[in-house]
Write a protein that binds this ligand. Structure first.
Ligand code: THU
Length: 164
């Protein structure tokens, strides 16, 4: 039998938003506001992401859908691409992601899709510093991941491309 060598994803659970530090609570609030402005006319599934940069700047994104479905983009990638295009040299410290159905008051737990994990992991590796991730769950809890890598073990990365 072989030996297990890949790491398991580990999440910290906070029982409510109020257990978090104020900066993170504010970031989640910004993600909720961003979700309300999602262009999600086909799924009515509203997702918001808010990034905190090292200079305190918050960059938000929300899902942008399209009549040609695959042309749309998730909230996380909208936020990360906005941040990296406007603040190419800033460090991304944390990201909060929230999601809800349009008709619902309460938020659902939405874990970032594989493509968003890949995009976030790219920038995390490039900046050489972990990006913390916070997700609201359907029960009002908050899941915290210490890094993106933690959500995407055995990821595809630059080292595979250049053989280093
Ligand atoms: N979506 C996101 O924006 N982020 C996620 O983490 C999961 C899914 C969006 C894509 C699409 O607009 C809608 O949610 C339904 O999949």
């Amino acid at each position: 039998m072989g030996e297990i060598i890949s790491k398991e994803t580990q999440l910290i659970v906070h029982h409510s938003e109020s257990d978090l530090d104020l900066n993170t609570q504010k970031l989640i609030k910004r993600a909720k506001e961003a979700a309300s402005n999602a262009y999600a006319k086909y799924s009515d599934f509203l997702v918001g992401a808010a990034l905190l940069l090292d200079d305190g700047t918050v960059v938000i994104g929300n899902n942008q859908e399209n009549a040609c479905y695959p042309a749309g983009l998730c909230a996380e990638r909208v936020a990360f691409f906005a941040a990296k295009s406007q603040y190419p040299n800033a460090l991304i410290e944390k990201v909060a992601v929230v999601a809800r159905r349009r008709q619902d008051e309460h938020f659902n737990g939405a874990a970032p899709c594989g493509s968003c994990r890949q995009v976030m992991a790219e920038y995390e590796e490039n900046q050489g510093k972990a990006i913390e991730l916070y997700l609201l769950t359907a029960e009002g809890k908050v899941y915290q991941s210490e890094s993106i890598e933690n959500l995407l073990p055995f990821k595809f990365s630059e080292s595979v491309l250049n053989g280093k």
